[in-house]
Design a protein around this ligand. Structure first.
Ligand code: NI
Length: 168
């Protein structure tokens, strides 16, 4: 079952998600459904619960080794900076240049309830930072400079008009 993905302009995307208190069947079911939704979104690597309308601190990702679920993540260490090109399922069709840390340590729970610390660098570190941002209501257009933000918003509005007209 594919969940509906919220798009830019949906105020729910701007809210802070709440901690998951217990990883029960409902949360596990949500993680599975999010994994399926991610897989039917070609080229995409991550999806946060807020993007499917659930304000809980969890996300799924797949960088080529299968879907993994991450619950209650927090980035506890970071170093190095690099400029990245980034897209988002909630801002479809638009890519933004923004700074990310090169290496991070992220503490989280696995879907089976284990507390772990993951060390990530490069692309994986970028994915984790992007998904953690969603849990705090932040989008790619909040991480870039003003000029890039204006360009991205214009491009997005233009694409939305195109999508609207081709579906009419
Ligand atoms: Ni995103």
């Amino acid at each position: 079952m594919n969940l509906e993905i919220r798009k830019l302009g949906d105020l729910l995307l701007r809210e802070r998600s709440r901690e998951v208190e217990e990883i029960d069947v409902e949360i596990k079911g949500l993680i599975d459904a999010m994994g399926e939704t991610l897989h039917s979104s070609p080229g995409r690597v991550g999806l946060a619960a807020a993007q499917v309308g659930v304000l809980k601190r969890l996300f799924v990702y797949d960088v080529g080794h299968g879907v993994r679920g991450v619950v209650n993540p927090s980035i506890i260490d970071s170093e190095g900076e690099k400029e990245c090109e980034e897209g988002c399922l909630s801002v479809p069709g638009v890519f933004v240049s923004l700074p990310r840390y090169e290496r991070i340590k992220m503490r989280c729970e696995t879907p089976s309830g284990h507390n772990i610390v993951i060390e990530a660098q490069g692309f994986l570190a970028q994915v984790f930072q992007h998904e953690c941002d969603h849990l705090d209501g932040l989008l790619i257009i909040d991480r870039c400079d003003e000029e890039e933000r204006r360009r991205a918003l214009e491009e997005y509005q233009d694409l939305e008009l195109q999508r609207e007209q081709s579906s009419a």
